[in-house]
Design a binder for this molecule. Sequence first.
Ligand code: GLP
Length: 260
Amino acid sequence: MEIIIQKTAEEGSAVGGRIVAKLVQVKPKAILGLATGSTPVQLYKEMIKWHKEQGLDFSKVTTFNLDEYVGLAADHHASYHRFMNEHLFDELNVPPESIHIPDGLTENLAEHCAAYEQSVQEAGGIDLQVLGIGSDGHLGFNEPTSSFASHTRIKTLDEQTVEDNQRFFKEGEEVPRHVITMGLGSIMEARTCLVLAFGENKADAVAEMVEGAVSSMIPATILQFHRDTRLILDEAAASKLKKADYYKWVYSNKPEWQQY
Ligand code: GLP
């Protein structure tokens, strides 16, 4: 795992933006896996900047989002579909038919999940999967004890995640307990994983993910087995890493051809 520690979330997101931009430059038909939550918002701003200021073309890119709440329509104010439009797609030239987000209103969940997984395969697999990390160590909506081999399916949210995500819902509105999420097995199939974590409340989950024992109780620890995971942190999220000084040295001494 490559651990990239930057002073601030802004600086970290700029590094992430360069990683995405470099991929789309060399592979205009790149398949991007995308995530929601507050963490990637600044990364999405960077991608929009690359598009608007540097003319980076996303018209041949295909995207697959990780997850969606069951029962929320695409235009619901707290749906991940709406979130993605507001924070990315409204400003980028990815054709609507190339954007894939699980359908929270599907009538046949099992069939929809299998078809979603199938369409990732048919597109050629994900080149770069953007990920945040939940405070309980979840990826997408793969809560603690999720199978490491799981693919897209329905999951039930943990109380902690319901609490964490309540802020996206209006007062008195309940966070749906059921969600559709790509699995840990699906995430492991991505050629590169780009994980972002910022702020002190992610420090414990990050320390477990990087330096802890692999366990489905901390789903993100599965990435210790991933062949190309790049983890971008700010100082606060990196504050509980035992080997932070080593990771910083490694990053600042990368050969030029390896730099982002
Ligand atoms: C949700 C999303 C995850 C995200 C997590 C953390 O549960 N399904 O993909 O990583 O929230 O969110 P935030 O970035 O807002 O801390």
